[in-house]
Design a binder for this molecule. Sequence first.
Ligand SMILES: *Cc1c(COP(=O)(O)O)cnc(C)c1O
Length: 370
Amino acid sequence: MQYFRPNINSMEAYAPGEQPQDGEFVKLNTNESPYPPFDDVLEAIRREVDGRLRLYPDPLCTRVRRQAARVFNVDPDMVIVGNGSDDILTITVRSFVGDGGKVVYLNPSYGLYGVLADIQNAKKCPIEYTDDYRLPPEIRQPDAKLTFICTPNNPTGTVTPPEEVAKVAERSHGIVAVDEAYADFAEQSCVDLVHRCDNILVLRSLSKSYSLAGLRIGLGIGNANLIAGMMKVKDSYNVQRLGIAGAEAALANVDKMKANAEKVKENRRYLAGQLEKLGFDVLPSQANFIFARPPMWHGHLARETDSRPGRPTRLRAGALYEELKTRRILVRYWNLPRLSDGIRISIGTRQELDAFLAATKEIFAGYNRK
Ligand SMILES: *Cc1c(COP(=O)(O)O)cnc(C)c1O
């Protein structure tokens, strides 16, 4: 359409995971927590539902910043609060990248980075991870305005050690945004690097580990000057009253979050073991999901391009995704380079994982007979 800026006309929209509005699914496709929000959080939100909703919320999110500062061992002025960490990602791109500015990110990773760069009319610079999902040397682009590193990485679950992140930041003239949406399930974090590097911004989310995807709360943590500048860019009232109340209560219950994260890790070990028994290649994950490639087989299930007779080939991951969906089990599948031969499975409850495993075995058995 002629009314749009040319970069909007030519760009592809971000495609979020399905949120089915009808019928029951075992939902293992968008990395939500299988556990309910904490009682304190629900209570705090209920207490907020009254006549004060006629008033605007605190534009600075003071109470959330204070509580987050305690959790992450930083000062409150080193924290910015957003309507989900996606909002912080948007604020980041708008703050640091101008027309044609270079945005570096890894592939495969979270698809939103490239989309936000497109909206900004920035110059996208995707860099391939190495085969074992380490940072390649090309990640260091001296002229990058913004470099995204997602660790644990979505959708692979693999991590980048904080020392590697620090090396990138120390040699960059731009900002390094470390997307730690899944760090509560990992053994490491880059938050402490913000004291050392004034160009590192760490993003956290309450969506996954705090079971609050529906409340939309994300945090940016960095040097106070960085945060002060980003506060100029954000919408004044980007977090609403119920969000502020819920986020403050959630961050006051780190122990409950950690207990849930431990359950997720235990179920992650369980799922990885069961997938390996079924012959999947499983990437080592420190997140609340696992990326796994179905086993090599002979025959019918094979990817057409590889179906020379007698040759072992892979079950098409896309076919597995579809078969699971007809059994009302949702996982995530991308028909993209390096991802199209696998599926991403969120760590649900043990029951949900067993339903997924039983369905997968049934699908495998059906195909074996053909
Ligand atoms: C889920 C996710 C987000 C978005 O989190 P919200 O706080 O819900 O906006 C950001 N980055 C990555 C890598 C994610 O997987």
